[in-house]
Ligand binder design. Structure first.
Ligand code: PGA
Ligand code: ZN
Length: 424
């Protein structure tokens, strides 16, 4: 039973405040969790409550959501059974009383929801992944490593596309996949240096070179994969997150680096060319968050070959995923717990995708902490792939390191998803 809940304001990896919550049970077991924060947030996401008091953290303080947790949330949840995650989350949803968690803030509800799960797992003496899933069937995900950052994550200095990821699906284990990814990351660094590019990092730890087109990073990455000694396509694939809502307005997509303005149909043609020329197996947010017609076009054109992931399009919400299923828009869902605000609702989104044989890719945010909840969550939900940034920077590698620990602890029962982790 929950004895006490306490939240505080801590910093995320961008140096902005976020909410951390501690949950202590009557038996003494406890759980701690912190909520991450996005930069290229979808407009349909649950509300991240901030103070808006300009002389504290430029208005980004989170004393209001922290106070909600330490007040009404702590009082309401006290005495509840921590193992009843659905009931706890229902209580949070009821207490908030709005469709978008406007009252409590999804940053408040998620920290509490995750900390409750952690405390319950600790009380049972289980790993979080064992507690949330089937302890006999851990599926280790392909790490989707974002090694080249553009868009808003690189201050619009580099490509328009926000993320260029590598997927070492040909590796025999997650520990080996992490090694392959790290070696490719370092090979890319050498290549960038040799070309006279800066090797400074974007928000998710990838390099942020000032390239002049959106395809140049693909050439650089293919070369890096080869230089590291791997086969592009066969052993390591490439995933893109253009995060195109960020460069969409007035029905067109504006590619600043290339001086081009494209319609949805022209964007689809471009993606068709890209996937023919490069081993691109995933495109996330190829089109904008409300461009349903464009998404249908894209899915018709590439849906049988490429995993088309909706992030801003679905914002981890079952009603929007349901709409996508009915419209034939996308074939996979990005899963970000803080887009919806509770563990139970996040699980519902994963289950809906899986029932439809859609992909479900769990994801970090560009503003992160060292919290590893999503690593355990991904293993438990058997989603087959996890994107959590570059193989560099503490807040990114801590998730990959947790996968290595889980694989080691699971021993013979551990299975690495490999290529089967993707829709195709
Ligand atoms: P964000 O970026 O966390 O800044 O929203 C991640 C993504 O778009 O997938
Ligand atoms: Zn995205």
């Amino acid at each position: 039973r929950i004895r006490s809940i306490h939240a505080r304001e801590i910093l995320d990896s961008r140096g902005n405040p976020t909410v951390e919550a501690d949950v202590i049970l009557a038996g003494g077991a406890s759980g701690r969790a912190a909520t991450p924060s996005g930069a290229s947030t979808g407009k349909h996401e649950a509300v991240e409550l901030r103070d808006g008091v300009k002389d504290r953290y430029g208005g980004k303080g989170v004393q209001r959501p922290v106070a909600r947790v330490n007040g009404e949330v702590a009082v309401t949840l006290q005495g509840m059974d921590a193992r009843e995650q659905a009931a706890v989350d229902e209580a949070l949803i009821d207490l908030d009383g709005t469709p978008n968690k406007r009252n409590l803030g999804a940053n408040a509800t998620l920290a509490v929801s995750m900390a409750v799960a952690r405390a319950a797992a600790a009380a049972e003496g289980l790993w979080l992944w064992e507690y949330l899933g089937d302890p006999l069937k851990p599926l280790l995900p392909v790490p989707m490593m974002n090694i080249l950052n553009g868009g808003v994550h690189a201050g619009w200095q580099g490509p328009d596309f926000q993320e260029y990821m590598i997927a070492p699906y040909g590796a025999p284990s997650v520990a080996e996949a992490v090694r392959w990814g790290s070696e490719t990351y370092h090979a890319l660094k050498d290549i960038l240096k040799a070309r006279g590019y800066t090797t400074g990092g974007g928000d998710e730890g990838g390099f942020a070179p000032a390239v002049s087109t959106n395809t140049e990073p693909l050439d650089l990455i293919v070369e890096a994969i080869e230089r590291a000694g791997y086969a592009p396509g066969r052993e390591i694939g490439i995933a893109l997150d253009p995060a195109s809502s960020a460069f969409y307005s007035n029905d067109v997509y504006s590619l600043r680096t290339e001086g081009l303005t494209l319609t949805a149909a022209e964007m689809v043609d471009r993606y068709r060319d890209l996937t023919a020329a490069y081993p691109v197996i995933v495109i996330e947010d190829g089109l904008a968050e409300d461009d349903w017609d464009g998404w249908r076009l894209l899915t018709k054109a590439l849906g049988d070959r490429v995993e088309l992931v909706g992030d801003d399009l679905f914002v981890t919400k079952v009603d929007r995923i349901d709409m996508g299923i009915r419209k034939g828009a996308a074939n996979a869902v990005l899963i970000k717990p803080n887009q919806i605000g509770t563990v139970t609702e996040t699980i519902a989104a994963v289950h809906l995708a899986q029932q439809q044989h859609w992909g479900a890719m769990v994801s970090h945010r560009s503003g992160e902490t060292v919290d590893t909840f999503i690593a355990d969550f991904t293993v438990a939900m058997q989603t087959g792939h996890l994107k959590t940034g570059a193989p560099a920077r503490g807040e990114r590698v801590e998730k990959y390191n947790q996968l290595i620990r889980i694989e080691e602890a699971a021993g013979d029962t551990a299975r690495y998803a490999g290529r089967s982790g993707f829709v195709r």
